[in-house]
Design a protein around this ligand. Structure first.
Ligand code: KG4
Ligand code: ZN
Length: 333
């Protein structure tokens, strides 16, 4: 079985082909660069770029795999959450293909797509396992009890982890998106330079909160001179990053212990963070759990993760009809 995955939920346009051994046959990704000058994603611009790119990326996807539409058994597409204008481009494109070919169509939750990205590279990964989904829009700790059976342990009460990175990068004049830039600067800074707060949500041990941390950075920077910030930029980045990662890692370790789970996977844009990966790798060795993370290309939004989720659901006999709609606010639960 070969599934086409279509992903257009935000500012990436991607189509991918994945076979039933979870092998990626092709996965071209176009990342929009137009938003940097606005300091954040402009939804109107994002959806117009999606409409310009989708057919080109689809053609590239088929030609890279040396295949035609006839070789495809099913079409999976992100139906939400995301920017509604961007989502509608992919959903309509996929519906057009399904309508003209009669092939099976399946709408996929973007968060489930991120979760499934680890199946593409770690063929030994099987439930039960814990997944931390950390992206620009979401921060969730999910217990994968069985294929497609999820239990939400905790999520953010306010900002997502990636959103905190992007907002702090903007405050520091680093531009958008900021995660990768902070990651790079932090690797040369002192994480103990300043102690920013680690939020604890009362009576909810696995809930995250990052808006207080962002405010703490604003207050810290308020009386600092430009010279001071420039001289200590790496230390400030490292101190901020330490606060984010302490909170993410602490909750992962507690959840593994409380639910007696031996496997941890991370997914989403922030899963690309070098210190998050290396710290969890070291913790895995020390505490005796196995740790999985996607390659950098599969951390950010891509069609292959949507195809992987589609493959699982189509094989279970699920499908969507041509009334499939896009939903901007869509939870995994
Ligand atoms: O999953 P993704 O591509 O899009 C969403 O679904 O949101 O994640 C993008 C987020 C951005 O907030 C970006 O700053 C963050 O991932 N990010 C990182 C790193 N690379 C990307 N955050 C921390 N460290 C990184 N190396
Ligand atoms: Zn995403």
């Amino acid at each position: 079985m070969i599934v086409l995955g279509v992903e257009t939920s935000c500012d990436e346009t991607s189509c991918a082909l994945v076979d039933d051994g979870f092998r990626i046959l092709s996965n071209p990704i176009y990342s929009q660069i137009d938003h940097e000058k606005y300091g954040g994603i402009v939804p109107e611009v994002a959806s117009r770029q999606q409409i310009r790119k989708i057919a080109l990326i689809y053609e590239q996807c088929l030609s890279q795999a040396g295949m035609t539409l006839n070789d495809i058994d099913g079409i999976a597409v992100t139906r939400g959450p995301g920017l509604i204008g961007s989502l509608l481009v992919g959903v309509n494109f996929a519906k057009g293909l399904a309508f003209t070919t009669g092939k099976k169509l399946i709408g996929i939750n973007h968060l489930e797509g991120h979760l499934c990205s680890n199946y593409l590279e770690h063929h030994n990964l099987k439930p039960p396992f814990l997944t931390l989904i950390v992206s620009g829009g979401h921060t969730l700790l999910v217990l994968v009890e069985d294929m497609c059976e999820y239990r939400l342990l905790g999520q953010t009460r306010d900002d997502a982890a990636g959103e905190a990175y992007d907002k702090v990068a903007k405050l520091l004049g680093l531009g958008y998106p900021g995660g990768e830039k902070i990651d790079r600067l932090a690797s040369e800074g002192n994480p103990a330079f300043f102690r920013f707060p680690r939020a604890v949500v009362r009576k909810d041990p696995f809930a995250f909160s990052f808006s207080g941390l962002k405010t703490a950075v604003v207050l810290y920077l308020r009386d600092k001179t430009d010279e001071f910030i420039e001289a200590h930029l790496k230390d400030i980045c490292a101190s901020f990053q330490q606060a984010v990662l302490d909170s993410l890692i602490d909750k992962c370790l507690k959840a593994l212990e409380m639910h007696r789970i031996e496997h941890l996977a991370i997914a989403g844009g922030v899963a690309a963070n070098s210190q998050l990966r290396s710290t969890l790798e070291a913790k895995a060795q020390r505490h005796g759990f196995s740790f999985y993370y996607p390659s950098l290309e599969l951390c950010t939004d891509n069609g292959a993760m949507i195809a992987a989720a589609g493959l699982i659901r189509l094989k279970r006999g699920e499908s969507s009809d041509l009334s499939l709609d896009a939903t901007a606010q869509l939870g995994l639960f």
